[in-house]
Design a binder for this molecule. Structure first.
Ligand code: SAH
Length: 372
């Protein structure tokens, strides 16, 4: 049976399943909808097609340029030294995608045997398909690397040096909408034609979650919370507080809690309707770094002042590194390198929207973040 509506909504096999779920059980929260779209074992976005790169749906910083992973690697080497060069330690990446960031980090780390030989590799990745790609990208290093489904499965016997690029944005969020009856959890229901649409669900917002100043917000105002991202950060914070180590999270997001709908779907580098093709488009939300920093503190760590991707990379010598690599190359190659630098660090590109949060124990003197 085909159904018509103004916007074709909820197409594809996962769309059909979600509509059936709603018909029997009522609206699905945005949180449950997002979770199904991203990680459903059969039709979830990360379980299926190839999302990354020029032929995929989006390009992340490590895929834009090798400079990104190399500079993060150089920072990790210096940060490990700032921890007192623990040996052994666990080098952990959350949501490694194609494995490019880790491969680029390891290339730099190979120059520092004290770091490389002390590190055991751990990749937290739910997608079996992406694990295979990561294994291939890592080459020889994959022989001793270990993959985990969950952060909770990481070993407890040594310090953790954790990096996460565009990991937290891929976790389901909750949305609340201000209605005449107060704040209600935003959910996905069905319209008269049976197509997916947003509705005000039955759940309400815990008063403690409402930021000061939003009590009188206009009807229709949307507020997002990220309980899963915060819980994972708190868990990691507690682990690092116990075991030693640090964490570097890079993602797009905002520095202070503010209302707004940041849920977005991307397919083939273009924004598409969030409800249009469940499981076929990448779904993400901007990260609330204020909440993430608070969660790290609750775990027992000190979050350092938030910086931007542009300032972080420039501070680590992006321009010098690009100049070094470009020296003696053809004008076309130099143009390509200039383009990569722009893309990563220019304010109108990834430089300002993307933020960098570093967290560690209160006494660690972190390179770049603690004035060294
Ligand atoms: N860091 C990579 C990829 C970012 S996309 C890059 O910068 O290119 C998000 C990654 O997180 C994917 O590898 C995805 O499979 C993984 N992921 C998403 N949700 C996850 C979860 N709950 N646990 C572990 N990995 C997850």
């Amino acid at each position: 049976m085909s159904r018509s509506s103004a916007f074709p909504s909820g197409t594809g096999p996962l769309g059909a399943r979600i509509r059936a779920l709603i018909e029997t059980g009522g609206p699905l929260s945005v949180f449950d909808f997002m979770g199904l779209c991203l990680t459903d074992p059969e039709h979830g976005y990360y379980m299926r097609a190839e999302p990354f790169g020029a032929d995929g749906d989006f390009i992340t910083a490590p895929e834009v340029s090798q400079f990104f992973g190399e500079l993060v690697g150089a920072w990790a080497v210096a940060a490990h030294a700032a921890l007192g060069s623990p040996r052994p330690f666990h080098l952990v990446e959350l949501g490694p995608g194609r494995g490019t960031l880790m491969a680029d980090m390891l290339r730099v780390a190979a120059l520092r045997p004290a770091f490389r030989e002390a590190a055991s590799l751990h990749l937290v990745e739910t997608s079996r398909r992406l694990r295979e790609i990561q294994r291939a990208t890592l080459g020889d290093a994959s022989a001793t690397a270990r993959w985990h489904d969950r952060i909770a499965d990481l070993p407890e016997d040594a310090p953790l040096v954790v990096v996460a690029n565009e990991f937290f944005d891929a976790l389901p969020i909750r949305q609340y909408v201000r209605t005449a009856q107060g704040w209600r959890e935003r959910a996905v229901g069905l319209d008269e034609q049976g197509a997916l649409r947003f509705v005000a669900g039955t759940g309400s917002l815990d008063a403690a979650e409402l930021p000061a100043g939003l009590a009188g917000a206009a009807e229709g105002t949307i507020l997002e919370t990220q309980p899963l991202a915060n819980a994972l950060m708190e868990e990691l914070g507690a682990r690092i507080a116990r075991q030693g180590g640090l964490l570097l999270a890079i993602d797009y997001g905002y520095a202070r809690t503010a209302p707004g709908d940041t849920l977005q779907a991307l397919r083939a580098h273009r924004p598409v309707e969030v409800l249009a093709e469940p499981g076929r488009a990448d779904l993400t939300a901007h990260v609330n770094f204020e909440a993430l920093a608070r969660a790290a503190r609750a775990g027992g760590l000190r979050p350092r002042a938030l910086t931007t991707q542009g300032d972080f990379l420039l501070g680590l010598g992006l321009l010098e590194r690009a100049g070094q690599v470009g020296a003696g190359r053809s004008p076309q190659e130099q143009e390509r390198i200039r383009g990569e630098v722009e893309r990563l660090a220019a304010p109108q590109e990834m430089g300002e929207l993307f933020k960098v949060l570093a967290v560690a124990g209160p006494d660690v003197v972190l390179p770049l973040f603690d004035g060294v």
